[in-house]
Design a binder for this molecule. Structure first.
Ligand code: SF4
Ligand code: SF4
Length: 408
């Protein structure tokens, strides 16, 4: 452990996001409870969470239950876990290393679920340099106090430069700070693609030797990949940890299987178009307007494991493919280099269609060129393929994307 002294301060953390809440718990029956058929929580049920209104608390529990796939039956258990947590105020230390702070932005801008409420008002966020009012020496002392207490949940945002001099905070190497704090954490959560596997700043030529938390520090982290992290996944992971006091079941890349167990492709709302061979060939086309599959526009969904179509972004309003953009695979180890260029077709994907047989990406590309030259609309091609599949539907195996043999 580095024994560089931390500078003293007497100021407490004052969260800029902290707000006063309506605590009128005698309000009428919550519509959320009615909808999910759950008995209303009593005043005592969340007396330990004084800074949240009854409505907000119930909403938070309901959202967490939904995100964890527990349904309405899970709400009371989650309420119990959060009330217990609120009485103990588990410490959270959030360290920022090499990133653009996009995951923090995602966290504080979200209101559905409100991850900031969970982290700021039920847990005890003892250090987060971006959103805490304290700065400089004052902030350093708060960090030191949290470190001395230990047993915190360590959340790391940003990748870690492994070459000396490429990532310094207060004249200390980021990697040394990371190792020091990881040693006393009860759980380590790496948020966003930079922290999980290096992300954008680790792209070739990567002069800083930047790596993800697990690889750089030699620890097991819960890797919540995506750029930025989905706040719903963060909330659900923390709540799951509070419920079970264990890290969730992880895949071979350290990602919770519950959120990263299936490909984008397998959960995509455009999958029926893929199966039927209906593709967008160019942006601005009729096919794009019709919401056809974006595979030919470079979609990496067949080789990307994440649940973006379920959790979505911007208060669960939309997500990349829903908004018309191909998935660029930001939830995968090796991103960005692995999937560059973003608009090039993913090789090796087996695509139904074209004379009723599967074809590799190259063959599809050639066929599409011929079809375009001949002036045949993609819609017509898709319709013809659909007719063909009616006689001879592709097997599940035939539909399965290739190149998905990763350890998990
Ligand atoms: S290729 Fe992309 S757009 Fe098409 S179905 Fe798969 S994930 Fe969706
Ligand atoms: S849909 Fe793809 S590019 Fe968009 S956030 Fe999810 S994994 Fe990343």
């Amino acid at each position: 452990m580095d024994d560089t002294p931390h500078r003293p301060t007497k100021s407490p953390v004052i969260h800029q996001l902290n707000r006063s809440h309506n605590t009128n718990i005698t309000a009428a029956r919550n519509p959320f409870l009615t909808r999910f058929g759950v008995a209303p929580l009593r005043k005592d049920d969340f007396a330990g969470v004084p800074s949240l209104s009854r409505r907000d608390f119930v909403k938070l529990c309901g959202m967490a239950a939904a995100l964890l796939g527990l349904g309405s039956a899970g709400v009371p258990r989650i309420a119990d876990a959060l009330v217990t947590a609120a009485s103990q105020r588990p410490s959270v230390v959030w360290l920022n290393f090499a990133s653009d702070t996009g995951c923090t932005e995602a966290l504080i801008k979200a209101s559905y679920p409100n991850a900031a409420q969970l982290i700021l008002e039920i847990l005890s966020l003892d250090f987060h340099e971006t959103i805490m009012a304290a700065a400089g020496a004052q902030a350093e002392e708060l960090l030191e106090q949290a470190y001395k207490r230990g047993d915190y949940i360590l959340i790391i945002e940003g990748g870690i430069p492994t070459k000396k001099g490429y990532g310094m905070i207060a004249r200390r190497e980021m990697i040394d700070i990371g190792k020091e704090f990881a040693a006393k954490a009860k759980a380590i959560i790496a948020v966003g693609s930079c922290a999980t596997y290096g992300g954008a700043p680790s792209g070739d030529p990567n002069p800083a030797g930047l790596k993800g938390v697990s690889e750089a520090l030699g620890v097991q982290s819960i890797n919540l990949d995506l750029c930025p992290v989905n706040e719903g996944i963060l909330v659900a992971t923390i709540v799951d940890f509070l419920l079970t006091q264990r890290i969730p079941e992880l895949d071979g890349h350290g990602r919770p299987k519950i959120f990263y167990g299936q490909t984008i492709h397998d959960q995509c709302e455009r999958r029926a178009h893929f199966n039927a061979g209906r593709f967008v060939e160019r942006f601005g086309s009729k096919e794009e307007e019709l919401g056809y599959c974006l595979y030919k526009m470079g979609c990496k969904g067949p080789d990307t494991y994440a649940n973006c179509s379920k959790f979505r972004y911007n208060d669960r309003v939309s997500w990349c493919i829903g908004a018309g953009a191909p998935c660029i695979g930001c939830g995968e180890p090796g991103w960005v280099d692995k999937f560059a260029g973003f608009y090039e077709r993913l090789p090796g994907v087996k695509v139904p269609g074209l004379e009723g047989v599967e074809a590799g990406a190259d063959k599809i590309g050639i066929a599409a060129g011929v079809a375009t030259a001949a002036g045949i609309a993609a819609h017509a091609i898709g319709t013809a393929k659909k007719r063909r599949f009616k006689k001879e539907p592709p097997s599940e195996k035939a539909d399965a994307p290739a190149g998905t043999g990763k350890a998990r």
